[in-house]
Write a protein that binds this ligand. Structure first.
Ligand code: ADP
Ligand code: MG
Length: 234
């Protein structure tokens, strides 16, 4: 589902990604870990075409990305197949939870209002938010907002979902609500890439872990190979 070959990217004369290669099969979950500034967010933005790169290649959900700028039509196609969930949720504040989840299927996939609504209702239920359809983001907790954001990403029925530190803005109780949703998706075979500082999340959700340090892959392998077991994690 994802194949990255010898990806390199410079920014302002500085190399931010250096000769990265990784692959992810359909239904797999890759966790990307490593210190801040290591290039994790940059990698995700290269994967969904939001940032150009200088060398190497990316194949994601059947779309081929090459160095330099990407044609608008290609980015549109990637947007349908690759969902994105951010640390700060990025919900539309003036819309209800339901409207947030309905929007992309209506606008991008031109689903009828009835179809988009029924899909959105089902997804809010799936993330444990039935009863919150009419709530606006500001009235929800961080964990609830992030679950709406996940439902919104799922609404496009993406082949891959990219998460950029989905639990970093959340306290432990809210993080675990979001972790449960991510684990449920993993069990359902959703292909995902999850950037996270949370080794418990990586340990439990990932099939593959990539450690990115200063733009280079330091290590990659199974969670057991790459992650140092947390003390007392039993
Ligand atoms: N918009 C930007 N402009 C200039 N430099 C940036 C920008 N975003 C990130 N960087 C730099 O690129 C490198 C990688 O950053 P980033 O991908 O955000 O790392 P991470 O997500 O692992 O914290 C860092 O050196 C960071 O300072
Ligand atoms: Mg980042």
């Amino acid at each position: 589902m994802i194949e990255v070959v010898a990806l390199s990217k410079n920014r302002g004369g500085k190399r931010v990604l250096e000769d990265l290669s990784l692959s992810l099969a359909e239904g797999g979950v890759t966790a990307v870990v490593g210190p801040s500034g290591g290039g994790k967010s940059t990698l995700l933005r290269c994967l969904n075409g939001l940032e150009p790169f200088d060398a190497g290649g990316i194949l994601i959900a059947g779309h081929q990305l090459t160095p330099g700028g990407h044609p608008h039509a290609l980015l549109e196609r990637i947007r349908r197949d690759v969902g994105m969930v951010f640390q700060q949720f990025n919900l539309f504040p003036q819309m209800t939870a339901l409207e947030n989840v309905m929007l992309a299927p209506r606008v991008v996939s031109r689903l009828s209002a009835a179809e988009a609504r029924s899909r959105a209702v089902g997804l809010l239920e799936r993330v444990g938010l039935d009863g919150f359809a009419q709530a606006r983001p500001a009235t929800l907790s961080g964990g609830q907002q992030q679950r709406v954001a996940i439902a919104r990403a799922l609404a496009m029925q993406p082949r891959v979902i990219l998460f950029d530190e989905p639990t970093s803005a959340l306290d432990p109780a809210m993080s675990s609500e979001v972790l449960e949703v991510i684990l449920d998706l993993a069990r359902g075979g959703q292909t995902m890439v999850v950037v996270t500082h949370d080794h418990a999340l990586a340990q439990r959700a990932a099939t593959h872990v990539v450690e990115l340090v200063a733009g280079r892959i330091q290590r990659q392998g199974s969670p057991a190979e790459v992650l140092i077991p947390a003390v007392g994690s039993g």
